[in-house]
Design a protein around this ligand. Structure first.
Ligand code: ADP
Ligand code: MG
Ligand code: MG
Length: 250
């Protein structure tokens, strides 16, 4: 589904990604871990197509198609979802209405008509029930005065509605509280299928107690320096990252 080959990326003159290789197949959950400043968020942004990041070498393929030259919007239409892609506050626009617009824009990009209103309502109802989101929340103004947990809930709702092929969740270093952790992990676990894939970027092992990854990759100084199964995350929790540096030196 997603294939990243020898990806190099700069911010300004500074090399941030220094040859990333990654292969993600449908149905898989990959975790990317690594110390602060390693380039994890940069990798997410480069895959999603944020403009500030220049690709200097390498390729990104989605279903065997090169996507490096596509805009973030075009990539989103092809099914790449990045968490916090839509963090804007829009007073007067509800969570639901924002999603309706986003869905119809995606359909338009594919040459489809708007989703019939009754079908849209049905989908909203189904996804909201699945994620235990109440009606009141759906009618609130987008991101206006949202708590950390509510932002997460909105993000997971967006993901559920857009049904992305590839979801990239960058759980930053902000330290998810236990509620937010549950919202994210329940959502991901419920939305996981054999046809989609998830990349979870996290600084902390504990999220991976709830979302069990098929693969764990360690990103350090712009490179994936080690990959393994879920047990690698436990080892990182216990021993930190220094042993990997030692291994690399040896
Ligand atoms: P991580 O998510 O692993 O903590 P980031 O991808 O955020 O790491 O950052 C990787 C490196 O790129 C860091 O050295 C950071 O300072 C730098 N960096 C990230 N974003 C920018 C930016 N917009 N401008 C300049 N440097 C940046
Ligand atoms: Mg960081
Ligand atoms: Mg980060």
């Amino acid at each position: 589904m997603l294939k990243i080959e020898n990806l190099h990326s700069n911010i300004g003159d500074k090399a941030i990604l220094k040859g990333i290789n990654l292969d993600v197949k449908p149905g898989e959950v990959h975790a990317i871990m690594g110390p602060n400043g390693a380039g994890k968020s940069t990798l997410a942004s480069v895959v999603a197509g944020k403009e500030e990041y220049e690709i200097t070498e390498g390729r990104i393929l989605l279903d065997k198609e090169n996507i490096e030259d596509l805009s973030a919007e075009e990539r989103a239409h092809k099914g790449i979802f990045l968490s916090f892609q839509y963090p804007v506050e829009i007073p007067g626009v509800s969570v639901t209405n924002f999603m309706k617009t986003a869905i119809n824009e995606t359909r338009k990009a594919k040459g489809l008509e708007d989703m019939p209103a009754n079908e849209m309502l049905k989908m909203i109802k189904e996804k909201a029930e699945l994620l235990e989101i109440d009606r009141k929340f759906l009618s609130r103004s987008l991101n206006e005065g949202f708590s950390g947990g509510e932002k997460k809930r909105n993000e997971i709702f967006q993901m559920a509605m857009l049904e992305p092929k590839l979801a990239i969740l960058d759980e930053t270093d902000s330290g998810l509280d236990i509620d937010a952790l549950r919202i994210v992990s329940n959502g991901v676990n419920k939305l996981k299928s054999k046809d989609n894939a998830v990349i979870v970027i996290t600084h902390y092992q504990r999220l991976l107690d709830y979302i069990v990854p098929d693969f764990v990759h360690v990103l350090m100084d712009g490179k994936i320096v080690k990959s393994g199964d879920a047990s690698l995350a436990l080892k990182l929790e216990e021993k930190g990252y220094d042993w990997i540096k030692e291994e690399m030196k040896a």
